[in-house]
Design a protein around this ligand. Structure first.
Ligand code: BTN
Length: 322
């Protein structure tokens, strides 16, 4: 987006004179006018008010890396390498590419305004329209081999749920293994990809999180979805603030998980389980029963005729019987 600097100045929705915009951007008033035209060509709706200046008609909520870092607790500043991209195929793919090339020793956090090939779980696409939602990935490293990753994807879902609750989102639920639900519809999803072992026992994981923030329409999505703006329209949502809260919560959860594993996360995860006590059937159709939460490894438990049966993480998803 070529007009990013101009749009950043107009983002508050107020009227800005050509003179003040020219001064802030360090260009002539003619150059401002040209940028206004270019921004209009890029799809922004800008009103020209004669004798006064310019105003953005539809508010925009741009991602700003500096603002995200400012909103993070200071103790995390030196631990991350945060990048904001205008456009990527997929933030997960970008983390994988960059980590294969070099490692700074910091946790890589990668966000994009839009994704052209956003990846969902089970080979699905993830709708990633420009400027509307959050698409972010973290490059995490764990010691102890693949076996210690049991329950990680549930822990990440819980961390996102808690970050959203801290920002006022009500009735957040978790759908095993890690979908985030609000009001019976999916608000956010997580794709965990294993990058492999860096050296014996050191495992690299990419955690990709998509959160619907402002999205009001989505074509071709085959499940009930919502966004923060849809679910709670009275509240103003700021992507930088949400991103900072979610990143901090994920980093803290990953640190705790590396020390203690899934055990301490089990009860808070189950407190948000949308399946518990409900009639379920596994995707393969092999198991039918009632939801009973998760075991110490993060497998889902179903009561099938009085016997607890496990649904293993990553293998099957559950759906409510029709
Ligand atoms: C799901 O299917 O529920 C998981 C969706 C994960 C989407 C996020 S958006 C950021 C990151 N980059 C991707 O390509 N996918 C994940």
């Amino acid at each position: 987006m070529k007009s990013r600097a101009l749009i950043g100045l107009l983002a508050d929705g107020r009227v800005h004179s050509g003179e003040s915009l020219a001064a802030s951007l360090g260009v002539s008033r003619t150059a401002v006018w040209k940028q206004i035209k270019r921004a209009a060509d890029e799809g922004f709706s800008i009103e020209t008010i004669r004798g006064k200046g310019y105003r953005l008609v539809t508010p925009v909520d741009l991602l700003d890396g500096n603002e995200i870092v400012r909103q993070l607790p200071a103790r995390l500043h030196s631990t991350i390498d945060l990048q904001v991209h205008e456009e990527l195929d997929s933030t997960n793919a970008e983390v994988i590419r960059q980590r294969a090339r070099q490692s700074s020793g910091r946790t890589m956090v990668c966000l994009a305004e839009c994704q052209t090939a956003g990846r969902g779980r089970r080979g699905r696409q993830w709708q990633s329209p420009r400027g509307e939602n959050l698409y972010l990935s973290l490059g995490l490293t764990f010691r102890g081999g693949f076996a210690m990753l049991d329950g990680l994807s549930l822990v990440l879902g819980l961390a996102v749920a808690e970050a959203l609750e801290a920002q006022g989102v009500r009735d957040v639920g978790l759908k095993w293994p890690n979908d985030i639900y609000v009001g019976g519809s999916k608000l956010a999803g997580i794709l965990v990809e294993l990058q492999g072992e860096l050296e014996e026992g050191v495992v690299q994981v990419v955690a990709g999180i998509g959160i619907n923030v402002h999205m009001s329409a989505a074509e071709g999505v085959d499940q009930a979805w919502t966004s923060l703006a849809r679910a709670m329209p009275a509240q103003q949502w700021h992507r930088n603030l949400i991103a900072a809260g979610v990143i901090a919560s994920l980093l803290d959860a990953a640190t705790e998980f590396a020390k203690t594993g899934f055990t301490s996360f089990r009860a808070p995860w189950e407190a948000r389980d949308i399946f518990t006590g409900r009639p379920l059937t596994s995707d393969s159709g092999k198991l039918s029963g009632t939801g009973r939460g998760v075991d110490e490894h993060g497998n889902y438990l179903m009561d099938v005729n009085g016997k607890l049966e496990k649904v293993r993480a990553g293998e099957i998803s559950l759906r409510v019987q029709s």
